[in-house]
Design a protein around this ligand. Structure first.
Ligand code: CA
Ligand code: CA
Ligand code: CA
Length: 153
């Protein structure tokens, strides 16, 4: 294949952390499901979109206790493909409830424009914003936090 639709990258979710389990105070763990939507523009003008859901079956029970509220070492590939100069990374999370509508975690969306070279990196709470403006850090949301990286594939 000599056809070039851009540069090949991979987006990998490394960990996530729950700050609020979206459950009544007496309940230590919530039942969580997540999905990702990563999309970009290719050189030929078309879009590439990849969506994943995790876990594949059922849910993860996750506490919001600071000592064990992190799902670590996920190393989950949420995108692999060729992109040109535009990439959007989205994550969604919901907490399942039986007798009422499920609760939604904050919607994560980050848009990258420009060279692929500039997109390559690790995106985590507090790593790529000035320390005095933590509220501007997209990976640190009100009820959960995430860490992922964009690498060449
Ligand atoms: Ca709930
Ligand atoms: Ca629940
Ligand atoms: Ca960050």
């Amino acid at each position: 294949m000599t056809e070039q639709n851009g540069e090949r990258v991979r987006v990998v979710l490394q960990w996530l952390q729950i700050l609020d389990n979206l459950e009544p105070a007496f309940k230590e763990k919530g039942e969580f499901r997540f999905r990702s939507k990563v999309w970009g523009d290719r050189k030929n003008g078309t879009k590439v979109i990849q969506q994943t859901q995790f876990p594949e079956k059922g849910y993860w029970s996750i506490s919001d206790h600071p000592a064990w509220n992190k799902k670590d070492n996920l190393d989950r590939v949420v995108f692999e493909g060729e992109i040109d100069d535009h990439l959007v990374v989205e994550f969604f999370g919901e907490e399942l409830d039986t007798f009422s509508a499920n609760d939604e975690l904050d919607h994560y969306l980050r848009e990258f424009r420009g060279s692929v070279e500039a997109m390559i990196g690790r995106y985590a709470p507090g790593e790529d914003v000035p320390e005095d403006t933590p509220e501007d850090d997209p990976e640190s949301m009100s009820n959960w936090r995430i860490c992922y990286y964009i690498e060449r594939a």
